[in-house]
Design a binder for this molecule. Sequence first.
Ligand SMILES: CC(C)(COP(=O)(O)OP(=O)(O)OC[C@H]1O[C@@H](n2cnc3c(N)ncnc32)[C@H](O)[C@@H]1OP(=O)(O)O)[C@@H](O)C(=O)NCCC(=O)NCCSC(=O)/C=C/c1ccc(O)cc1
Length: 556
Amino acid sequence: MAATTTINPESAGFNPATKTFHSLRPPIHLPQEDAPISVVDYVLSIRSASRWPDSTAALIDSATGQRIPYSDLLKRHKSLSYYLQHVLKLSRHDVALVICPNCVQVPILYLSLLSIGVVVSPGNPVSTGSEFARLVELSGPTIAFATSSTAYKLPKLRLGTILVDSPEFESMMTHTFDLDLNLGLGPTQPSQSDVAAILYSSGTTGRIKGVMLTHRNLIGVVALCRSSAVAAGERASPAVLLYTVPLFHVFGFIYSLKSVALMETVVMMPRFGLDGMLKAVEEFGVTDVAMAPPVVVAMVKPGSSERYDLSSLKSLVVGAAPLGKDVIAAFKAKFPAVELAQGYGLTELTGPVSRVLGPKESKKWGSVGRLYGLLEARIVDPETQEFLPPGKQGELWVKGPTTFKGYVGDPEGTIDNMVINEWLRTGDLCYFDDQGFLYVLDRLKELIKYNGYQVAPAELEQLLQSHPCVADAAVIPYPDEEAGQLPFACVVRRPGCILDERSVMEFVAKQVAPYKKIRRVAFVNSIPKSPAGKILRKDLRKMVLAPLLTTSSSKL
Ligand SMILES: CC(C)(COP(=O)(O)OP(=O)(O)OC[C@H]1O[C@@H](n2cnc3c(N)ncnc32)[C@H](O)[C@@H]1OP(=O)(O)O)[C@@H](O)C(=O)NCCC(=O)NCCSC(=O)/C=C/c1ccc(O)cc1
């Protein structure tokens, strides 16, 4: 890390007077805040300035090869919007749950719901019935959109559940209604301050939280993504993107909007598999892939990708969790022509905060890039709350128009802890170097990242404690080369009870989505706690994990 004395604050974008980091990217202009436009109006206005023809493929289904050109996407969006508004009678502020794997219908559904002011609330289709019940309780949807393989898990809603993989849904998108192409939304026209989406994020308390994002927030991130595309320079042909990241989390959610704005072709894979992804890259000439670190780990394994022609590939945008330097080195050696662009983002900031841009910046191994144009940042000492200069580590705080509106049903409580004078506390331990590159070192908040998904230890601890043979339990992250971290349970058995590792894991697995499963168990005599009863996780990590790991304990 650079020493503070050698740092020129200006080259890091740091203002010593305000102790604030400013973006080094070109400024970005957003529409007037009171302009009556939705994020869809904004996306479509950018799209209409694109130089690519409407015959460009908007969406490709990797399994069937079905291609939907932009001309058709727009027609489908108009028809579906009409149907939702005039037949189903959905209106501004209604909430729609969307429980679907990645498929070509979802971006069209998002556009249509957002354009008529319906709040889109996407959830993970592998969640359990009780997890869905909690989402419904939080966001109060009137309708759900799901697939035939997920719908059975959803509670009954006022307007029921529409299956997006049904012939009926296809006809909602393709029926030629007597359309006034300008939908004439009148009073249903969303305003920028309206909530546009509720995304779900794991709370450290174990209760899932609904993160409210406004149309203004989404307009902000579409503008950020567009500025990156402009900075990256013109392409000879439209970019062909493949998302391995799910459309129900912020990374995939905002990418589905920005791809329409930039007229990118998106290849959809319903379920991730490395071979399926590489085959799709070869078959559809994919240029860019959005992914979480485990996919990079899989790609660098010897023999994993050699039989595919990946020459179309220009860049990988990697976010959702840290990427190890050894994996970056292996990737660079194996794919020297492919840019590995790390990014950093979080749901409460509508996704992107920083990213690496272009081949020169991608040489900064381990950095998650520079701040996006609309954002400011501070590095704050967690003990003293002092604002720190480049080269010093502290909690990252971020300010900008993409800061979320609040958590559903918790207007004051949680947001007050997270947002201080418009500054969002990220809960991540970071530093900026002398050129404004951001590095994420650790998480201050108690969350495990499994395959780029957040897992709250508290949620699993509550489940474990409900087992009749468990006297006490704590869950900590266990480092794993492929998944990043695994949920690891430390369990105190009740005297006289027989309880083994397998039964602990099965007990939890039955009640949670697969990514939250406990994947290792240790039996201990007690869980170290503070006098106030708080689990001393650092002590537990040292006590339980250090003997199990051959790597240095600083990695824990
Ligand atoms: C492609 C991954 C890395 C691996 O996929 P996988 O191999 O299918 O594994 P999963 O983790 O999805 O699945 C876990 C378990 O669920 C199972 N599963 C799986 N899909 C099924 C199924 N449809 N049916 C039934 N069982 C199943 C799966 O089999 C497995 O079961 P098990 O055998 O117990 O391990 C996948 O995990 C993944 O995409 N993770 C990324 C998550 C993600 O996007 N997180 C983003 C959060 S938002 C964020 O951080 C924003 C960052 C950001 C950064 C920069 C920006 O510019 C903007 C934003």
